[in-house]
Design a protein. Sequence first.
Length: 197
Amino acid sequence: MTGDQELEPEAAATKIAPSKVRYIKLGTGNAWFEDCRANNRLELGHRAIPHDLAMTRDKNAVAALYLSDERTAAKATNYAREVLDFYDGDENALWITFAEGCLWWAFAKAEVVTVGESQEQGQRARAVIGSWSNRDANGNLLTFGSLSTSLTQVAAYRRTICSVKAAGYAVRRIGNALATKSGPGKATTTAARRLGQ
């Protein structure tokens, strides 16, 4: 069973134009995916970083904590980027992940809350706008095998969050949409909410 998510009929005509497309690995081996889908949220670990510090979006301070934990400067910088990407508050960013043989996608609300990390869930979360979906705007399943390797190769990313190089392709496959744009807009948010429901 793939946990298919049905779209509302008007979603078929909706086009999306996210500000950016990001891949997120929801725990080691996507172990938190079920919790994220069930609770309609994105989750992130990085328990070494206090929520209050992450809220400041001070990349140097976040990286300094990782450096004090004997990480290399490059790893500290990458971990800090991941935390700040999660806390960026952009509701027009399209988030994707791969689970159950499909590409899953969602838009997320800006607010980040702490939830207490375990093997089943991350330490912090952002609520999804609508719900996670594994279907395109026409109701077709976004199966791994039906997608270009230019997109599916991102599933091999070894860390947690990264920009998707095949962003334009991802947007077209999900919503038959325009290429990504540089800034958020009310129409985009409305479309995201409709597509994500």
